[in-house]
Design a protein around this ligand. Sequence first.
Ligand SMILES: Nc1ncnc2c1ncn2[C@@H]1O[C@H](COP(=O)(O)OP(=O)(O)O)[C@@H](O)[C@H]1O
Ligand SMILES: N[C@@H](CCC(=O)OP(=O)(O)O)C(=O)O
Length: 363
Amino acid sequence: MNHQPQLVVVKIGSNVLTQKDGSPDRQRMASLVKQIAYLKEQGLQVVLVSSGAVAFARNNIKIEDKTESVVRKQILASVGQIDIVQSYKSLFQEAGHQIAQIVVTPQDFLSRRHYLNIKNCLLGLLNHNIIPIINENDAVAVTELMFTDNDELASMTAAMIDADTLILLTNVDGIYKGHPDNPDSILIERVSRKTSGISRYITTSKSSFGRGGMSSKMKMARKAAYLGIHVFIANGNRDNVLLDFHNGNLKATYFEPDSSKPNLKKWVAHSDNYTKGEVIVNEGAKEALHAEDAASLLPVGIVGISGNFSKGDIIRIKDENGENLGLGKAEYGSKKASMTLGLSNQKPIIHYNYLYLFKYHSL
Ligand SMILES: Nc1ncnc2c1ncn2[C@@H]1O[C@H](COP(=O)(O)OP(=O)(O)O)[C@@H](O)[C@H]1O
Ligand SMILES: N[C@@H](CCC(=O)OP(=O)(O)O)C(=O)O
């Protein structure tokens, strides 16, 4: 890695903050806080995405057996979040740093207005030298309204604030060619846009408290790298992991960034799970979208529309065989779109600046 990191998003997984018996690992937390403080002292800006709310409460409160699983999680998360943030507050205070808490739901990333509100808040905190600590609002975001996991949230946050680096701290050194517990498995140290076939090494096994697993971590890492961010999957249980990062000695899987992409594209790229409708394009439009020169999506190339979307919503682009081509922000709603369907000389339905194609990050 030859880049000089300036704005870093560090994501800490639940298992990094918990011991084998499930109790909070406050020593590990204290060590990571000291390391983040060190990074700050070296002039880096740091945003922390921390899991652990559920894990911190699990051994602390007795929930009646008959309690429904979603409510159980809501109770654990809302109780544990206080403990997590209180612990961070006193540890960062000792290290001479102020923190702020931000809890978000996927819906907050859906609307461009909320998206900009969060972004402005984060940038405001950073400008005031305050370390933002972000978690999903688990009391509100339940079932299908959730992020895949905090790796998704961290990757979206990194793209949102234009971070140059994203570090996903978990309980293994990175992605192995094989199971990480097998001593013969080799660590994949570098992944570029051209690297393919990694998913075959990833099993569905998760850490005891993990939500999305390595597969989601890899997808989010690739997506962030595609958007121009240096990404590392590294072991948060390794002493001095962040100091090693700063010294350029980090043992990790490193995802090389692609060339920088405009911010608007970053917002669109992360809206995959939140589309409001769909447009189907013909072969000509598909070719135009995949051509070297940037092209907006025009109604003349659209053969079908579904869903009920409004101007500003994110919509999915498919070809006539149902293949997912990409995402874009609708320049007008579904009603008007169906009136211009197939017509030439019309305003683009998706402007190039708000168009994100999947062609580059197929795994
Ligand atoms: N090929 C692989 N290389 C590394 N880890 C893997 C691989 N396949 C599956 N895993 C599992 O992924 C886990 C990390 O993902 P996850 O449990 O979601 O962590 P976190 O809670 O930190 O987000 C590891 O503990 C490991 O068991
Ligand atoms: N928001 C949840 C964590 C969800 C999550 O993604 O956990 P992890 O896979 O450990 O990063 C919590 O704080 O308990």
